[in-house]
Design a binder for this molecule. Structure first.
Ligand SMILES: Cc1cc2nc3c(=O)[nH]c(=O)nc-3n(C[C@H](O)[C@H](O)[C@H](O)COP(=O)(O)OP(=O)(O)OC[C@H]3O[C@@H](n4cnc5c(N)ncnc54)[C@H](O)[C@@H]3O)c2cc1C
Length: 429
């Protein structure tokens, strides 16, 4: 069955005409200018008002270009339908692996070097295409692959890094629990040592890729009271995932609610470098800046949709773009977009130099997601009624920003991290 986003706009053809009528016949009934045009809103405008990306080097730009082609040719033509049906386009995840866009800047033996700037640009570009596709990289590359790369043994590296990078296997990262979201440090899933390994018991919620058959990195409390990481194949007996339904955001990727009931994990599947929650936090710190890049991608999509729509939509006998207030709104969006582009580039420079602090990563996520939310709201409104139709691009981003505004630490939690760095006082509890 066709989704709304796949349907042709036949509703505009009057009762006496058919979809087979010639354009001359249509023109006779509705002279040019009296019918709503076919809006073209998916063009890439490459907005860079502060010339932030002017000096991106060739290697990084090659990753960006590859992501751009993937988005324009393979994501945008189909994604609204997947979003509407809440289906997960796994073939696009496979393509991300084939195109080497999944690694999130993690260097893996046998793969070309990928800088943090390249990773940021790829995440931005994919999110400009679609938030669920951007989230795939955050989950599979940013969290699952990074956990193995940073905390795994040489054997675990050899077994998992290449296949996760190429999307020959799917990867998930299971930290959040039904009763522990912002305070995930208080997680209650247990890993009890038994002969030859560990037995895991507990529940995990909101786990991207947790129900599609693959590997889940499960964070659980060991007998020593510390949080450790365990590599759990999703076909392990006692691993029961349920895909979460009814989401209003990021509908083209699946998250799972997972029940772990006496799941046996062999000793060699424990991550030796994950000795306490500090190691989990290290993985999360790296991905927080990725979410900021993702927000810039959403903001870019909303801004460029608004610019294109303002030029094509006519009211009061002229394009919206000819109105002073509309120009002020576009200027405001551009100003906000330039601000967050500058923010991610500067923070990524610090990250590449190895000096990015948790408070700076939090500042990036805080600023970029809330600013992207403001741009999306402005752009959504500028499209009027068309702004709530999936076919017109902006509504999907408007909804998807809600997901990234929350995951990997809510706006308030980022504010608490920033506030702690300003005052020296932790106000979390
Ligand atoms: C789409 C999506 C994908 C996700 N993917 C994953 C995944 O792959 N793996 C994973 O492990 N997790 C994942 N998560 C979980 C995500 O990280 C949590 O949802 C997030 O950390 C917030 O936790 P919570 O939803 O339980 O909200 P809560 O922690 O219950 O927060 C509710 C509200 O209270 C506020 N709040 C909380 N504590 C304080 C405080 N001390 N002071 C003031 N305000 C406070 C919050 O800011 C928020 O506004 C995902 C979530 C979503 C929505």
């Amino acid at each position: 069955m066709l989704g709304v986003a796949d349907r042709k706009p036949e509703a505009r053809i009057p009762m006496t005409m058919t979809s087979d009528s010639t354009s001359e016949e249509l023109d006779a009934v509705f002279p040019t200018g009296t019918m709503e045009p076919e809006y073209v809103l998916n063009q890439s405008l490459d907005p860079d008002p502060a010339s932030v990306f002017k000096d991106i080097d060739q290697e990084d730009r090659a990753y960006w270009d590859r992501a751009r082609h993937f988005v324009q040719d393979e994501v945008l033509p189909v994604i609204a339908g997947y979003w509407e049906r809440a289906e997960y386009p796994l073939h696009l995840v496979k393509r991300l692996g084939e195109l080497d866009l999944l690694r999130d800047g993690i260097n893996v033996d046998g793969f070309p070097a990928m800088s943090k700037t390249a990773a940021g640009l790829v995440t931005m570009e994919l999110s400009r295409g679609d938030g669920s596709i951007g989230t795939v990289v955050a989950v599979q590359g940013g969290l699952a692959l990074r956990s193995v790369a940073e905390c795994g043994s040489p054997e675990q590296h050899a077994r998992w890094l290449p296949v996760l990078s190429r999307a020959e296997e799917f990867g998930a990262f299971a930290l959040t629990e039904p009763a522990h979201g912002s305070d995930s440090v208080g997680l209650e899933t247990t890993a009890t040592a038994v002969e030859g390994g560990y037995v895991l018991n507990g529940e995990k919620k909101w786990i991207g890729n947790g129900s599609i058959g693959g590997l889940t990195v499960v964070w659980a409390r060991g007998d020593d009271g510390q949080v450790h990481g365990y590599l759990v194949p999703q076909d392990s007996p006692g691993y029961s995932p349920t895909t979460i339904e009814g989401k209003l955001s990021l509908r083209a990727i699946w998250q799972a609610h997972i029940r772990l009931e006496n799941v046996f994990v062999p000793a060699e599947n424990m991550l030796p470098g994950a000795r306490s929650f500090k190691d989990t936090a290290r993985v999360l710190l790296a991905t927080r800046l990725g979410v900021a890049w993702s927000a810039v991608g959403h903001a870019t999509a909303c801004y460029e949709t608004a610019v294109q729509y303002a030029a094509q939509r006519r009211q009061f006998g002229r394009p919206l773009a000819a109105s002073q207030i509309v120009q002020e709104r576009l200027a405001r969006m551009q100003s906000e977009l330039a601000t967050i582009q500058l923010m991610v580039m500067q923070m990524t420079k610090l990250d590449e130099a190895g000096v990015l602090t948790p408070a700076q990563a939090a500042l990036a996520k805080f600023t970029c997601t809330r600013t992207a939310r403001s741009i999306a709201s402005n752009a959504r409104d500028l499209l009027g009624g068309n702004g709530i139709l999936l076919a017109n691009r902006v509504a999907r981003h408007f909804a998807d920003i809600e997901g990234i505004h929350t995951y990997e630490g809510t706006e308030t939690v980022q504010a608490l991290i920033i506030g702690r760095s300003i005052t020296g006082i932790s106000a979390f509890a």
